[in-house]
Design a protein around this ligand. Sequence first.
Ligand code: XIL
Length: 318
Amino acid sequence: SPVTVGVAVGIGRFESQASLRYSPEAKALQQTVAREFNQVVAENVMKPQYIHPSENSYFWDDADYLVDFAKQHDMAVHGHTLVWHQALPDWMNTYSGNWDDMLKEHITTIVSHYAADIDSWDVVNEAFLDDGSPRQSIWQTNLPDYIAKAFNYANQADPDAELYYNDYNIAGMSKKLDAVLAMAKSLRQRNIEITGIGFQMHIDRYWPSLDNIREAFQKTVAAGLKVRISELDIRMNVNGTETELSPELAHLQQQRYQDIILLYLNTVPEEYRGGITFWGVSDKNSWVNYYYQHADWPLLFDDKLQRKAAWQGVFNAF
Ligand code: XIL
């Protein structure tokens, strides 16, 4: 099936996880990424804090490295993320000028810089809480209509780019998804371009159920929006009680990956598929280990970059 299969990679010097550019295993990581995927996403270096470190300067170097890598290997690049409440540079947190002008300059500069190389963007990330209410953030406080404006500015800067709203828990929490879909509908009523919804899908063995996920994808397609699985990983050690990925757990993970990908291919018609992106290459470098402070094995490749049973599950689904 012609669907993009992407992966998030660390690039910058600051990455706590392995960097595609600077870590000792960079070469092996590059080979795996180029062999196994046809799209890349910057795990961090396109976030505002890194790419727009002070009001009047941008730092392109690391992100450009990734774009060049993608070109050399004939891969696509998905941009992540123009607007978020996290990974903000200090100057933005304390900004006291005109927020509309600032947002426009930020988005226009970044999207224009990559217009020739990046054909889809996460324009806004995580703007809603799980109950469907708007998340309080510097954007919400200083520019309440920031979501619409952000999509508008991104579209003006690159009319050909696909523009996504991206969030977590929306495959399992219908209130949250409904708020996101209502937002997308109101953008379209105002003639503002939005291509689709990115479902992060940082999920586990049990949650969300396949029925929940199917319903969420169907609702999104029924709203005329593309569905991207944007940050997929599957935690197998939610309680922190497992000390290793046993053969049984590995098998359960294989099945879960296969079920999710099959469900995507069977539920989302081809013209509505925005692609699937895994949030990292190997278990060793997954953000999950840092975020939850204990070992987990959520991805397709093990610490030695060998294919896991999970990989086979994805392969079988295709
Ligand atoms: C995470 C990265 O993986 C980490 O390296 C970083 O320390 C924090 O951010 N949702 C998102 C991603 O949209 O940008 C986050 O990435 C994971 C959760």
